[in-house]
Design a protein around this ligand. Structure first.
Ligand code: ZN
Length: 233
């Protein structure tokens, strides 16, 4: 991984920034400085030299589970809602249908090179899992649930323009989608982590802001595309 969470704050640091931070604290040997943290599991990460000078990266100096090491093992994946309130589900679904362009635009913003077919795949998966039935579901958070439902590959991207495969992760403490809303608001960091040959590359903290729903959608869908989305959700 080429980025790490600051040892104590919520800031992400590159290799260069982390080294500067260690130096500013007065450490000559960067290995003795307070370690950066994995943005997903929050455990310590250390620097390791790569094959070339630009390949220096952070790694987990332990063999414990971290979702970034084994993306298929994310505990919340594929979990069905545990309770069901038909009125709430209907109201959530109708909010999503009305704001489908807003949701598409927000997803396109945080998932570069998005193809409409990928968006459709997310909507289908959401329907299959009935995400709209999760306890205390806030429909404004839909983009931040949708992106965790599929893997973003080069082959499925818009005109195959995506360079690196990426995935979205919640905090390792999240074991089901319901956990996200326990304290109202979105109670987890959402990270986008990119991969090259199954090695982690960049990680980016995603802003889970809901003001997108108040703005004019950045991207528009044709009426045909819109009805396709609504049919699949
Ligand atoms: Zn980790």
């Amino acid at each position: 991984m080429f980025d790490v969470l600051h040892p104590t704050s919520k800031k992400m640091l590159t290799v260069t920034e982390y080294k500067a931070h260690a130096l500013a604290l007065g450490y000559i040997d960067v290995d003795h400085a307070p370690p950066g943290r994995c943005p997903v599991c929050k455990r310590a990460m250390r620097l390791k030299a790569g094959g070339t000078k630009n390949d220096e990266h952070f790694y987990h100096p332990d063999s414990f589970f971290c979702p970034t090491k084994d993306p298929a093992a994310r505990p919340y994946l594929g979990k069905m809602p545990t309770s069901y309130n038909p009125a709430a589900v209907a109201s959530n679904r109708s909010w999503v249908a009305i704001h489908i362009e807003h949701i598409y635009s927000r997803v396109a913003d945080i998932a570069p090179c998005l193809d409409l077919k990928e968006f459709i795949a997310m909507l289908r998966k959401a329907k299959q899992l009935n995400i709209y039935a999760y306890a205390n579901y806030q429909p404004e958070h839909t983009p931040y649930v949708l992106v965790t439902l599929i893997n973003f590959l080069r082959t499925t991207s818009y005109k195959k323009t995506r360079q690196l495969k990426f995935m979205f992760f919640y905090d390792a403490g999240i074991s089901s989608y319901d956990d996200l809303w326990i304290n109202k608001g979105f109670g987890s960091d959402l990270m986008r982590v990119s991969y090259k040959n199954s090695k982690t590359q960049r990680s980016t903290l995603i802003d889970v802001d809901i003001s997108y729903a108040e703005l004019t959608p950045k991207y528009t869908l044709s009426s045909k595309q819109k009805s396709w989305c609504l049919k699949e959700m």
